[in-house]
Design a protein around this ligand. Structure first.
Ligand code: ARG
Length: 265
């Protein structure tokens, strides 16, 4: 059973600007944020996923984006080293949370930036690490040592798609959805070499961060408003497309996956 960690949007807000989607003065509609959040959570549960929740802490308006606080696999939790000082304390809160669940905590050297599952993307058996915007390439050797897995590094070069989870959405080991404008030529080549089928998200889809998706068995959870073409393509591979309105969370630069830290066995 897939297990994920989410954080209710109690203190979610736009209080600083650390990516191009965030605009000073943007108002968050809290009721709408709760509606978006609950809909995602309920759909995960109906699909048979287990949803854990971390208690929101006042003063950390981005805490809803739990994907970024670190990486959890088996009994190991690797703490994020956030680029933005405003978010650094979130990973300490996460350490507390995982310590209580008896995880072994790994803290990376301070100078190595690492934004957790924002930049670690997995298909069934492959591991990818995004770098260049938020995460340092140097983290690769640390992750490989701690987890004893090979990571494929992918450079990001578009500030709108600043985490790997905003532009690469694997559906399984064969098929991935990508936003081609986020990568270098080498990045695209690497993705092509790892996946047999590539689904291209177009501008309408990328404006909704469509690649920021979560998969559970055949269910694909994705932002509402994606193009018909994308929907049909996903269905042609046998997936059930579950569209969730993520409007409030796009204001902070995130969608479905950003709100979801997968906890791996
Ligand atoms: N405002 C947050 C930031 O810029 C959004 C994080 C979105 N998360 C993600 N996994 N892409 O850090």
């Amino acid at each position: 059973m897939k297990k994920v960690l989410m954080c209710p949007p109690k203190y979610y807000n736009i209080e600083y600007v650390i990516n191009p989607w965030m605009k000073t003065g943007t108002k968050i509609d809290r009721d709408a944020a709760y509606t978006n959040y609950s809909l995602l959570k309920e759909n995960y549960e109906s699909s048979g996923m287990e949803v854990l929740e971390i208690e929101p802490v006042e003063g950390f308006p981005d805490m809803i984006y739990t994907a970024n606080i670190g990486y959890a696999e088996e009994d190991v939790f690797i703490k994020a080293n956030f680029k933005a000082p405003e978010r650094r304390k979130e990973s300490e809160i996460a350490v507390n949370y995982f310590e209580n669940l008896n995880y072994k905590i790994h803290v990376l050297p301070e100078e190595i930036l690492f934004e957790g599952e924002g930049d670690i993307i997995r298909s069934d058996t492959k591991y990818f690490i995004g770098y260049g915007e938020r995460t340092s390439i140097k983290v690769k050797e640390h992750l490989e040592k701690i987890l004893d897995k090979e990571f494929h590094p992918i450079e990001l070069n578009n500030p709108y798609f600043y985490h790997l989870d905003t532009c690469l959405g694997p559906l399984n080991d064969d098929t991935a959805m990508i936003n081609p404008v986020a990568f270098t030529k080498e990045g695209i080549e690497l993705i092509n070499s790892q996946f047999k089928n590539i689904i291209i998200a177009d501008e309408q889809d990328n404006n909704l961060l469509a690649c920021n998706l979560v998969v559970n068995k055949n269910d694909v959870f994705i932002g509402k408003g994606i193009s018909e073409k994308l929907k049909r393509e996903l269905e042609s591979y046998g997936f059930t497309v579950i569209e969730i309105n993520m409007t409030e969370f796009l204001k902070g630069g995130g969608s479905v996956k950003c709100l979801t830290q997968e906890i791996f066995d």
